[in-house]
Ligand binder design. Structure first.
Ligand SMILES: Cc1cc2nc3c(=O)[nH]c(=O)nc-3n(C[C@H](O)[C@H](O)[C@H](O)COP(=O)(O)OP(=O)(O)OC[C@H]3O[C@@H](n4cnc5c(N)ncnc54)[C@H](O)[C@@H]3O)c2cc1C
Length: 384
C-alpha cells in the first residue's frame, strides 16, 4: 500500500477542504442549533461533483477512486457530521448499489442526476422492529402482475424526508429469510409512499432523518435492483462500502476534536500557564492525535483494497469500528479539555460530542462490527 497521495487525490482533498471551510463551517453551529437541513450546501457540493465523486464519468460523476472519496468525506465531516451524513448515504449506500446492481436503464435514468445532487437518495433497511438483525425484515413486497406492492415501515432513514428516490429492502419470500429479501427503487410521489421527519435526535440536527411509510405502494418490476432475492446481498455490499466512508467521516470528526482541543489548550490559562503545558492535558491530546492517525490509516487501507478490487469486508469493519470508537473517545476528551465551556454550544466540541454517537451506531454498531471482524478473521459466524 502506497502512503503518498496522487496529485489528483490531493487536488480533490484540497477542493473539499476549501469548500468545507468556506461554505459549511461558518454555518455548521447555526444549522445545528436551528435544526436546519441546508439544501444550498448539498446543491453546491453537487455542482462541484462532490456528491458523486466515485460515480464513473459516463454516469455523470467525477470517476475518482474510493480513497479520494474517503479523503473528501473526511474533510466534509471535519466541518459538519450532518452534511457528511447526507453525503455518505448519497454515495455509499445509494449510488454504489445502483452502480453495482442496477441495469443500464436505471443507471442512465438516475445516476447523472444523483451525482449532481439534483436528486437526493436514501437507503431504507432499518425498520421500527428490525435493526442489527437485518435478515428479519418485516416490510413485504407482493407480486401483482408486473408490479410489486410494498407494505411496511422504515425507521431512522437518513435523507428520507428530502429524497426523491429510495432504495427499499423488503421481504418477497419470508420463508427464505435473508435470501427472500429484494431491493426496490421507489420514487417519491409514488402513491402509498410517504415520510415523516424524526424529531428529538441527540445530534446530527442539520441532517434529515425520517421514518418511511409504505402502504400498498406499487413499484414496477423494472425498479428491482439485481434479481428478486438479491436484496440482502445488495444491502451488505452497500454497507461494506459505507463503512469505509463512515470510518473516514469519523476520522474527520476526530480531527476536528484534535484541532479544537489543541487550540483551546493553548489559549486557556490556569495556574498562570496555558493548560497545554500540563502533561496530563498533553496526554489527552496525544492520545487523540495517535488514535486519529491510526484510524486514518485503517480507513485508507480499506479504501486501497476496494480500489484494487480485493475483498475488503473485514478491513472496512475494522476501520469503521476503530474510527468510530476513536472519534467518540476524542469527542469526550475534547469536551474535558474545554472544561465547563465544553458543555456549552459556545464551542463546537459540544456538537461533536452529540454527533459522534450516531456514527458509532449507524451502518452497524460496534458489536456488529466485532461480529463481522470475528467471522471474517476466524471463519465462525455469529449471524444465523
Ligand atoms: C442518525 C441515524 C441515521 C441512520 N440512518 C440510517 C439509514 O440511512 N438507513 C438505514 O437503513 N438505517 C439507518 N440508521 C439505523 C442504524 O443503522 C441502526 O440504528 C443500527 O443498525 C442499529 O440498529 P437498532 O437501532 O435497531 O439497534 P438494535 O439492533 O436493536 O441494537 C440495540 C443494541 O443491541 C446490540 N446488539 C444487537 N444485536 C446484537 C448481537 N447479535 N450481538 C451483540 N450485540 C447486539 C447492538 O449493538 C446495540 O447495542 C440510522 C440510525 C441513526 C441513529
Amino acid at each position: 500500500m502506497k502512503l503518498d497521495y496522487t496529485d489528483e487525490q490531493v487536488m480533490f482533498r484540497n477542493m473539499a477542504r476549501e469548500f468545507a471551510e468556506r461554505e459549511i463551517l461558518p454555518v455548521a453551529s447555526e444549522d445545528d442549533q436551528n435544526r436546519h437541513f441546508r439544501h444550498e450546501i448539498v446543491q453546491k457540493m453537487g455542482a462541484l461533483g462532490l456528491m458523486g465523486a466515485p460515480v464513473p464519468q459516463e454516469y455523470g460523476g467525477l470517476g475518482t477512486d474510493y480513497l479520494t472519496y474517503a479523503l473528501i468525506c473526511e474533510e466534509i465531516a471535519r466541518a459538519s457530521a450532518s452534511v457528511f451524513t447526507t453525503l455518505t448515504v448519497q454515495v455509499s449506500v445509494f449510488q454504489v448499489p445502483i452502480l453495482k446492481w442496477g441495469n443500464e436503464q436505471l443507471k442512465k435514468k438516475y445516476l447523472p442526476r444523483t451525482a449532481k445532487a439534483e436528486l437526493i437518495g436514501c437507503f431504507g433497511l432499518t425498520e421500527p422492529n428490525i435493526g442489527s438483525d437485518a435478515a428479519g425484515l418485516e416490510t413485504t413486497a407482493t407480486r401483482q402482475g408486473n408490479m410489486w406492492v410494498l407494505d411496511g415501515a422504515k425507521m431512522w432513514i437518513t435523507n428520507g424526508g428530502v429524497a426523491g428516490l429510495a432504495i427499499i429492502a423488503a421481504q418477497t419470500d419470508k420463508s427464505k429469510r435473508h435470501r427472500g429479501i429484494t431491493a426496490f427503487l421507489v420514487e417519491q410521489g409514488t402513491p402509498g409512499f410517504s415520510s415523516r421527519d424524526i424529531q428529538g435526535k441527540l445530534g446530527l440536527h442539520a441532517s434529515n432523518t425520517a421514518e418511511l411509510i409504505l402502504q400498498g405502494c406499487k413499484v414496477p418490476e423494472e425498479n428491482i435492483l439485481g434479481q428478486v432475492g438479491d436484496g440482502f446481498k445488495i444491502a451488505m455490499t452497500a454497507l461494506d462500502s459505507g463503512r469505509i466512508s463512515i470510518g473516514a467521516g469519523c476520522v474527520g470528526l476526530a480531527q476536528a476534536c484534535v484541532d479544537a482541543a489543541a487550540k483551546y489548550a493553548q489559549e486557556r490559562i490556569q495556574f498562570g500557564k496555558p493548560i497545554v503545558s500540563f502533561q496530563l492535558v498533553q496526554e489527552m491530546l496525544v492520545d487523540m492525535i495517535v488514535e486519529t492517525e491510526a484510524a486514518r490509516l485503517l480507513v485508507h487501507r480499506a479504501a486501497f483494497l476496494k480500489d484494487k478490487g480485493e475483498h475488503f469486508t473485514r478491513e472496512a469493519s475494522i476501520a469503521k469500528y476503530f474510527a468510530a470508537e476513536a472519534a467518540q473517545r476524542a469527542a469526550v476528551k475534547a469536551v474535558k479539555i474545554h472544561g465547563g465551556y465544553g458543555y456549552s454550544n459556545e464551542y463546537p466540541v459540544e456538537r461533536y460530542y452529540r454527533d459522534v454517537m450516531a456514527m458509532v451506531l449507524y451502518e452497524g454498531t460496534a458489536e456488529i462490527q466485532k461480529l463481522v471482524i470475528g467471522r471474517e478473521s476466524l471463519g465462525v459466524s455469529a449471524f444465523v
